[in-house]
Design a protein around this ligand. Structure first.
Ligand code: NAD
Length: 463
């Protein structure tokens, strides 16, 4: 059994996987389906352990553990259902001068891939990309985040118990371990984490010309127009923001709200926070905790801004920060400068949608953008005039669980995407294949070229 700490180094583990990949076993679609079924069984078997580990790492409520982490179960089913059509070579059109011939695109596995995860959804962020890696026929090394140690150990145990380490294995560890692994040559690196570390990963990958997928974060805006259903808007924003205590890459980072509805919206947000978590969220079984003291201290620092509308209570011993809304913040304050990644919702008002769009466009392209409005013209304007990894209109977070929608960032929020077919594509090379026949062999392309140029020009439409 190869596992980090058993005296093996990263180079040995990658070599073992390379040898296994070279046997061709993983190219067999039946093998991939069997492995996906094994993964499904393993998750089903360990569901209470997974819930327990997430509780210990993040005080994650059981419902959220199922709704946002064990939901990968569905991702596995989706892959099993579609793998036959995904792996089938796709016919491609050919231009007339190639006749008689056939062109096809063959998806083939990349080889040995590395998957590095973040701590906020520590189970899902390891397993969901693994589904794509398996479906596409790769071997994989998984490196979970050391900041969610219980889940990291559990993922390692589950994988060790159910998979051949020469096929899939977990290497646990901190930054140093991560750097040692990144020193190896992989055929793809899939990284979920912060922008600064994304740059480090990309630089390490560049040394081996290894392609990367970077699933990063940033400040995702939530624009609220005046033409809305206040109740639903507030409820959906409060849920998306305070889920996992705000430690969600897709959480609405800040509110850009039309001045005409701001007061009403803030009142409704307060009401829904109370309905979700009671008068004392610290005692609610449905409210998570900040991952560690370092992040707790960082977030407490962000509270020193604007005018507190609700929340602000903290408890260092339990890494608790109440669901908090802060109005009248300025863009110069740290809360508006960095990704919040915690249960603090700053509010900025606008008068005209043009202003809100300009505010978004003056900043790096976000991972996602939320827009609440009934007005279809405005919906279309926001969609057309801004750029972000995704947009959800009139809800939050839900775009991430539609398997037919690729999930990923753009610009500073990431490179590449996954989920559903996009995961399969991310971990595949799409090989172009042209098959010619021996039926005949027109000699126009061969020298001597004298007298042949007019025909070539006619073929190109250049006369
Ligand atoms: P992080 O970048 O600090 O760490 C991510 C991973 O990188 C961890 O496994 C860590 O061990 C490793 N790592 C850290 N420093 C490293 C270094 N110097 N060299 C090599 N590896 C290193 O991110 P995090 O704090 O775990 O997660 C928070 C960030 O992740 C936020 O920005 C959030 O928006 C983002 N995120 C994005 C998504 C997404 O799907 N787009 C999902 C979750 C989180």
């Amino acid at each position: 059994m190869s596992r980090w700490g058993d005296g093996e180094n990263a180079a040995d583990i990658v070599q073992q996987q390379r040898d296994f990949f070279c046997t061709g076993v993983t190219k067999d679609v039946a093998f991939r389906v069997a492995q996906l079924r094994t993964l499904k069984r393993a998750i089903a078997e360990h569901q209470s352990d997974i819930v327990d580990a997430l509780k210990r790492d993040l005080n994650k409520p059981e419902f959220e553990a199922y709704g946002t982490e064990l939901i990968v179960f569905r991702e596995i089913d989706y892959a099993i259902k579609h793998i036959k059509s995904w792996t089938k070579p796709k016919p491609a059109q050919i231009p007339i001068e190639q006749f008689p011939a056939r062109a096809k695109i063959y998806p083939e596995p990349l080889g040995v891939v590395l998957i590095i995860g973040a701590w906020n959804y520590p189970f899902q962020l390891m397993i969901s990309p693994s589904v794509g890696a398996i479906a596409a026929g790769n071997c994989a090394v998984l490196k979970p985040s050391e900041l969610a140690p219980h889940t990291s150990h559990l993922v390692a145990d589950i994988v060790q118990k159910h998979f051949n380490p020469a096929y899939i294995t977990v290497i646990e560890g901190d930054v140093e371990t991560s750097q040692q692994i990144l020193g190896q040559k992989f055929d793809h690196i899939f990284f979920t984490g912060s922008e600064p570390i994304g740059k480090i990963v990309m630089a390490a990958a560049a040394k081996n010309l290894t392609p990367v997928t970077l699933e990063l974060g940033g400040k995702s805006p939530c624009i609220v127009d005046a033409d809305i259903n206040i109740e639903y808007t507030a409820r959906r924003i409060a849920w998306g923001k305070f889920l996992n205590a705000g430690q969600t890459c897709l959480a609405p980072d800040y509110l850009l709200v039309n001045r005409a509805v701001k007061k009403e919206l803030l009142n409704s947000l307060k009401k829904h926070i109370r309905e979700f978590y009671g008068d004392h969220p610290a005692t609610s079984p449905d409210y998570a905790r900040i991952i560690n003291q370092k992040h707790f201290n960082r977030l407490v620092g962000l509270l020193q801004a604007g005018e507190m509308i609700t929340g602000g209570e903290t408890d260092a011993a339990s890494c608790y920060i109440a669901p908090t809304i802060i109005d009248r913040v300025s863009w110069e304050e740290p809360v508006m400068q960095e990704e919040i990644f915690g249960p603090i919702l700053p509010v900025v008002e606008y008068a005209e949608i043009t202003e809100a769009i300009a505010t978004v466009n003056a900043r790096p392209k976000p991972l996602t953008l939320y827009f609440f409005s009934r007005n279809q013209k405005l919906q279309e304007r926001v969609l057309q005039e801004t750029s972000s990894g995704s947009i959800t209109i009139n809800d939050t977070i839900m775009q991430a669980i539609v398997p037919s929608l690729p999930f990923g960032g753009v610009g500073n929020s990431g490179i590449g995407s996954y989920h559903g077919k996009a995961s399969f594509d991310t971990f595949s090379h799409h090989k172009s294949v042209l098959k010619k026949s021996f039926l005949f062999d027109p000699n126009i392309r061969y020298a001597p070229y004298k007298g042949k140029l007019p025909l070539l020009k006619r073929i190109f439409g250049l006369n």
